[in-house]
Write a protein that binds this ligand. Structure first.
Ligand code: CO
Length: 459
């Protein structure tokens, strides 16, 4: 699967690639022979409206028109849809229906805690729309995240109706040896195709892919070389050539791959010159190998400590992270759990006492508002954080009221398509700003939009 248009550009240039910068090469990409092209979802939805003043739905329809042969794939955050909190089922169902109607073939669905209740409604909606449900396990390391744990999880995903399964290694923690064992285990346990998704952050992903393919993985995710490696995926051309020689011919057309790389190279150069692409994210992150913490999370910690004039306590915070993770039931470190754990570790160190100061997000995690954590939350820590309050044991979405009707009412003045109500339900402020921009643009007045600087979310 090619990720250049989604994870590649999200990981390296903060999801700032405009549709007009993709459009001229789409025909070549369509004819290169990819299993599928990931072009939508993840942070692209938010970013299109927030920074690029593009309608993400319009972008999807344009992709569908351009890709005549190749399957289109997206990354979907289960009950979090494409946002950062839990949404009710009416939003999940309508979003998936519109996603399929507008052209997506394969939805890759994950939950940050691997709580399968948080992806149930999504799977049902994908099945109802007769699209392909690729169900994910977020890969992480801890005493409970053994190969056996993940093989069991793969079986549960298959039982839920997964059309394929993906090992999502968002931090690049999967080593070649671990991947070999994991893929062997999963392939022996389930019949559906298996995709391996990793990031080059720790410098191991290409080797990890090779061992995964040797162990029987069916799909690997790569990006065109100008938007590959560093915090992105391994390079498509390199993997295709290496695998061909080893007897695993991908069937990809090398002339097309070269054309695609030549097309994107000037964009990489431009991003390097402007600083949008930093040399730092292109280097191997050795700290990650040592601390097993995603690279993006470490840089967040450094800036947080700087703000508090406490940079000298970085080492203490790094040592605190594994303790917080253990106390909170070993959540995988992916948005939003990575932020929750990182911020709590900083607070524990700076306050000089564990959980003396806690964030609303830590409280919500302990309350069960993000779902069930992989391991149990420490009894002592729970008492300290929420006292005698009982955590919820039902799925968080089951406590939410429908939102779509109200969402449509609130934007009636600007609504041009049903999809607008979904954009608004996910990102009220960002969507409203975008609708106003779109409205003004159509009336012929140029606002001279300059873009606002909002935080960058990890891939
Ligand atoms: Co990724």
């Amino acid at each position: 699967m090619d990720t250049t248009l989604r994870d590649g550009q999200q990981s390296l240039i903060a999801t700032r690639m405009k549709f007009e910068d993709m459009q001229p090469i789409l025909d070549v990409m369509d004819n290169a022979g990819f299993h599928s092209i990931e072009c939508w979802g993840g942070a692209t939805f938010d970013s299109a409206m927030r920074f690029l003043k593009e309608d993400p739905w319009e972008r999807l329809r344009s992709f569908r028109k351009a890709f005549k042969k190749t399957k289109l794939q997206m990354l979907f955050r289960g009950q979090n849809i494409l946002g950062y909190r839990c949404y009710p089922d009416d939003a999940v169902e309508a979003f998936i229906r519109k996603t399929i109607e507008n052209g997506i073939d394969i939805l890759r669905i994950f939950d940050a805690l691997n709580d399968l209740r948080n992806i149930e409604s999504s799977v049902k909606a994908v099945k109802a729309g007769k699209a392909h449900a690729q169900l994910c396990m977020c890969y992480t390391l801890s005493e409970i995240h053994t190969t056996e744990y993940f093989v069991k999880l793969a079986k549960s995903l298959a039982d839920m109706g997964a059309d394929s399964i993906c090992v999502k290694d968002m931090a690049g923690l999967l080593t070649p040896a671990a991947a070999f064992k994991l893929v062997k285990g999963i392939k022996a346990a389930v019949k559906v195709p298996l995709a391996i998704h990793s990031h080059y952050t720790s410098g191991m992903a290409a080797m990890t892919y090779l061992k995964s393919v040797e162990a029987g993985a069916d799909i690997i995710d790569t990006a065109s070389s100008p938007f590959a490696m560093g915090t992105s995926q391994p390079a498509t051309e390199v993997m295709a050539e290496a695998l061909r020689e080893l007897g695993y011919d991908t069937g990809l057309d090398m002339d097309s791959l070269v054309k695609i790389a030549e097309y994107f190279r000037p964009q990489r150069e431009k991003a390097l010159q402007s600083g949008l692409l930093s040399a730092k994210v292109l280097a191997v992150d050795v700290e990650m190998l040592k601390y097993q913490v995603p690279g993006g999370m470490l840089s967040n910690l450094v800036s947080q400590l700087k703000e508090q004039k406490a940079e000298h306590r970085y080492g203490e915070v790094l040592a605190e992270i594994p303790r917080v993770r253990a106390d909170l039931g070993y959540p995988p470190l992916v948005t939003p759990s990575s932020q929750i754990v990182g911020v709590q570790a900083v607070m524990n160190v700076l306050a000089g006492e564990q959980y003396k100061v806690v964030t609303k997000e830590t409280k919500d995690l302990v309350r069960g508002m993000y779902g069930q954590t992989p391991g149990p939350i420490s009894e002592e820590v729970r008492k300290k954080i929420i006292g005698d309050e009982k955590p919820i044991t039902v799925s968080p979405a089951s406590l939410l009221q429908p939102v779509l009707k109200e969402s449509a009412q609130k934007i009636s003045e600007y609504m041009e398509q049903e999809e607008d109500a979904l954009s608004y339900a996910l990102f009220p402020q960002v969507a409203m700003d975008f609708f106003k921009f779109r409205h003004t643009k159509k009336s012929g007045v140029d606002l001279g939009f300059a873009g606002n600087e909002e935080p960058v979310y990890p891939a």
